[in-house]
Design a protein around this ligand. Sequence first.
Ligand code: GLN
Length: 217
Amino acid sequence: MKELKICHLYGDLLNTYGDNGSLLVLQWRARQKGFNVSTELVSIDEHFDSDAYDIVFLGGGQDYEQYVISKDIQNKKDSITRYIENGGVFIGICGGFQLLGHYYTTASGKKIDGISALNHYTLNQVNNRFIGDITIIDKETGEKYEGYENHNGRTFLGEGVGPLGEVELGFGNNGEDKTEGARYKNVFCSYLHGPLLVRNVHLADRIIDIAYSQQSK
Ligand code: GLN
């Protein structure tokens, strides 16, 4: 039987606005496609094995949880970066997206380190959050994704990283340049909770197909 191994990274700490629903849809769709699916939670003080998974899911959360994780994730920085560079499928939502970049500035102005696995950074904004429904168009596939965003952070993409989509409705990465999320190798990042894969099952299918194709490489 085909196997699909999923890692829910810091799943006990980062799981806001229904992010866990995305994980459930990944499991459900993969089972429908004939996979035997196993899911492992990897959290604080635990080792991340860069060879052990087909898909890694890192959700969103509050600044406090992100601060705690920003310390621990430095110990996993090399293995997560290796996993990504080797073509591993990685989904980062909101706070998880922010932590993959160079740094994140919390709403109170504290600069916390990301792991620089992706070339982006996140600034804060004063007394404002980007909240509401959001629709984006994936320029790679022409597909539309719908979701819900709620973030203080304003993310700016650097060279080598593309957006997941172009904002049609809502704020996206920073409210300025119409970019939403990030794409790098087999990494999919987004500010869309919603949860993203429940509302956009076609994206879950694409991600599972990519993960499966990586097994034969
Ligand atoms: N705490 C981060 C922010 O406010 C991430 C929020 C989230 O994951 N929804 O920008």
